[in-house]
Design a protein around this ligand. Structure first.
Ligand code: PSU
Ligand code: MN
Length: 336
């Protein structure tokens, strides 16, 4: 049987030497972000935490999805960590895509939104796919020569609203519970039922650890009723200590590090809720089902906020990549 999973040489070497590695997913690239150029530098890149290399990585002539992917990878690199972009090209699950491979995936058509269940199907068809949080977690655990322990995304999937009418629970949750990886995120997407999502994470024994916050972030949103995280750490080095102890105790269980969106770009709850309701109506009218639901909702929310939620989504993706890099570097114990 041919090998379906390939870890790049750069990532293999870094893992072998005990250096910091951060995985990045690509379902956000292939299915969560637009494929037209933004026409301006994203607002979030004015932040002094990003160096010139990170700002330069967002090419104005490129479609938003590939520009963002390059920028997230550059944010990881700016901390001294190695980015491992995960995605499927020609049936291969690649851990550590090159820039050229990333551009190819960002433009690919048709391209599948690959969750864990879809990996064998896309491999057999030799297809292309953007990997969700669930499939990326699976890849992290199967990296050679050792698992990747840190992974950045925007917001994880979770329990959808009206789950009591039509149960829709992201495969991200179960995969997180059974993969020894720390996911750095802005909580779960606010298009979901966040109370139910937190209860599910609790049932699955996934720690929700706020970084300098006691509250579970609401993805792109601020001003909502607070939801509590299960623990709080103060800074990335403290998060690295938490992760080290967690993985020593439970090497095959995941955890979430939760970082709220930058305050200046977070969207007020009322605006967000109105946009989500429009999105839900749109998804229902389109008859969106299963994996189609999240991309339709994200696009509808972006339209309803006239692109403001897109800016916030970009801010969250790049910020989480940066913080994941800082945590991974603090946790690393290089052998040379
Ligand atoms: N974060 C973002 N945008 C996204 C996603 C995360 O900022 O598009 C993706 C992730 O890949 C996540 C997926 O796994 O959305 C959840 O989809 P679903 O609800 O169908 O499981
Ligand atoms: Mn779903």
């Amino acid at each position: 049987m041919r090998s379906v999973i390939r870890t790049s040489n750069e990532v293999q070497t870094a893992l072998h030497e005990g250096r910091a590695v951060v995985a990045l997913e690509t379902a956000a690239v292939t299915h969560g972000l637009p494929r037209y150029p933004l026409g301006q530098t994203p607002l979030c890149l004015d932040d002094p935490r990003y160096d010139a290399n990170v700002r330069a990585a967002f090419s104005l002539s490129m479609p938003i999805n590939s520009a963002l992917a390059h920028t997230s990878a550059a944010a990881v690199r700016s901390t001294g960590a190695i980015p491992a972009v995960v995605g499927m090209l020609r049936g291969e699950l690649v851990i550590g895509m090159t820039s050229a491979e990333l551009d190819e995936l960002a433009e690919a058509k048709p391209v599948t939104k690959v969750s864990t269940r879809d990996i064998a199907d896309v491999a057999l068809r030799r297809g292309h796919g953007g990997t969700t949080v669930a499939a990326t977690l699976f890849a992290c655990m199967h990296a050679t020569p050792s698992p990747i322990r840190f992974f950045a995304t925007g917001g994880i999937g979770g329990v959808h609203r009206e789950w009591n009418v039509q149960p829709d629970i992201s495969a991200d949750l179960l995969q997180l519970a059974t993969s020894g990886v720390a996911v750095i995120c802005a909580g779960a997407k606010s298009i979901l039922d966040l109370d139910a999502t937190l209860e599910a994470l609790d049932s699955l024994s996934v720690p929700t650890v706020g970084i300098a916050t006691e509250f579970f972030p609401r993805f792109l949103c601020k001003g909502a009723a607070p939801l509590r995280v299960s623990a709080t750490v103060q800074h990335p080095a403290h998060a690295a200590q938490f992760a080290a102890l967690h993985f020593a105790l439970r090497p095959n269980a995941g955890l979430l590090f939760c970082v709220p969106p930058p305050a200046a770009l977070a969207l007020p709850l009322q605006e967000m809720e109105a946009a989500i309701r429009e999105g839900l109506a749109c998804a229902a009218a389109m008859g969106a089902r299963g994996p189609e639901v999240t991309p339709v909702l994200l696009q509808a929310v972006s339209d309803a906020t006239r692109g403001r939620s897109l800016e916030t989504n970009l801010a969250v993706l790049v910020q989480n990549a940066l913080i994941a890099g800082q945590i991974a570097v603090a946790a690393a114990t290089p052998t040379s």
